[in-house]
Design a protein around this ligand. Structure first.
Ligand SMILES: NC(=O)c1ccc[n+]([C@@H]2O[C@H](COP(=O)([O-])OP(=O)(O)OC[C@H]3O[C@@H](n4cnc5c(N)ncnc54)[C@H](O)[C@@H]3O)[C@@H](O)[C@H]2O)c1
Length: 382
């Protein structure tokens, strides 16, 4: 299995001094220790490595709400409870060549979504397009790590996931939680080593960003959370106390919340209704008090690869022109360079491969308690 991560030159010897409230851990150490952790939970080695690459991608690129933060909080309980089966073999329910329907049978989404993208890309190489529609899936981490596998082959990748029957956000003007944070990613070749990777939740942020802010004692920016009456909530820990609701991309109904909500529904349709996975909007969602609930079993994925070369020559040159023009856009006075989605993550990954992945002290302590052998936190901070 080839890695989809940007090439770089991290070595175990490149350990800089820990800075401030964080510890810098060499990427290869984090990857090896995460792989070993999955191995201790019964995940076979090749799968454990691919899962660790997908998870550490979050920390490497700065999408750390979906990085090793979730190891103890999400993936350990998922594997220990049987919610994910480390040995599950995805089952082909239908295979039409360009179009495949899979039942993942609770396989660990972190590796199985990457495998699904490899299958989609293999079909796209033959027919121009490959759609792998998945039900029975489990949490796959960052959508972008799976989508960029297509970009690495010169293709366009589209990946989306619903959250099974889990309900987190209520519709604009609605009083009952119906949808999850429903991530969506579109990836394509762009500047050399810096693919376009749009990778986002369709709610204003994923719950992981609210939780990492709460854990690190940071306030939620205005726009993330509101109370029952729609007033802004700045205390990030209010979300897990059930005292705040997650907002939609676009903000309020007046500023575009229905666009974010519509995107969330589009993901529900493409990722879950299409393969027949569990959905958030279901009659049970309207019973009870409307608060967040439901379980993230039986998640659905949309995994799509498009091979532009099947349609015409010149796609890569034209994509390079589009993304190169964006990168050359003059910034506003006093602002940094203009970047397209995926570009800052690739730069961050390069820097972190060279000088280590920063882990906040609370996260470092959590991982150490889980048995990961990481460089020690500085004296006086433990
Ligand atoms: N598995 C799940 O159930 C689930 C659910 C929700 C989110 N997620 C994942 O959480 C991660 C974080 O999501 P998010 O919504 O917080 O993402 P985000 O807000 O950090 O970034 C969203 C997009 O904006 C782009 N971007 C941000 N700053 C930029 C800049 N300065 N210049 C150019 N582009 C910039 C990023 O490249 C990215 O494509 C993603 O990987 C997503 O797939 C997973």
């Amino acid at each position: 299995m080839t890695s989809t991560l940007p090439d770089g030159a991290a070595t175990r010897s490149a350990v800089p001094e820990p800075r401030g409230g964080e510890v810098r851990v060499p990427y290869e150490v984090l990857l090896d220790e995460t792989t070993a952790f999955f191995g201790r939970l019964g995940v076979p080695e090749a799968r454990a490595r691919l899962a660790a690459e997908a998870l550490c991608y979050g920390d490497l690129t700065g999408m750390d709400s979906h990085g090793v933060f979730n190891l103890g909080r999400l993936y350990r309980p998922l594997l220990e409870s049987g919610g994910a089966d480390p040995l599950a073999e995805p089952l082909v329910l239908r295979d039409l060549g360009a179009c495949v329907l899979l039942d993942h049978r609770r396989a660990l989404g972190l590796w199985a979504a990457s495998e699904a993208m490899d299958l989609a890309a293999e079909r796209a190489a033959r027919t121009g397009i490959g759609l792998v529609s998945v039900r029975g899936a489990t949490h796959f981490g960052c959508a972008g790590v799976h989508a960029r596998r297509a970009a690495d082959r010169g293709m366009i990748g589209v990946v989306a996931s619903n959250c099974g029957g889990q309900r987190i956000a209520r519709p604009p003007l609605g009083a009952a939680a119906l949808l999850g944070t429903n991530p969506l990613s579109v990836a394509a070749p762009a500047l050399e080593g810096r693919p376009f990777v749009l990778d986002m939740s369709t709610t204003v942020v994923p719950t992981g960003r609210v939780r990492t802010a709460a854990r690190d004692g940071r306030e939620a920016p205005e726009g993330w959370l509101t109370d029952d009456a729609g007033r802004p909530v700045r205390d990030a820990s209010a979300y897990d106390r059930g005292e705040a609701w997650l907002g939609w991309l676009g903000g309020t109904p007046a500023t575009g919340a229905f666009k974010g909500f519509g995107l969330g529904l589009a993901v529900e349709l493409l990722a879950a209704v299409l393969p027949g996975a569990a959905t958030g909007p279901a009659p049970a969602a309207l019973e009870g008090d409307g608060r967040p609930g439901g379980s993230d079993d039986d998640i659905g994925f949309l995994v799509l690869a498009i091979a532009p070369g099947a349609l015409r020559d010149g796609f890569e040159e034209d994509a390079l022109s589009v993304f190169g023009t964006v990168a050359d856009c003059p910034p506003l006075p006093g602002e940094g360079p203009v970047r397209y989605p995926g570009h800052p993550e690739a730069e961050r990954a390069e820097e972190r491969r060279a000088s280590g992945v920063p882990l906040s002290l609370p996260l470092h302590a959590e991982l150490t308690a889980l048995g990961l052998r990481l460089p020690a936190a500085p004296e006086g901070t433990r």
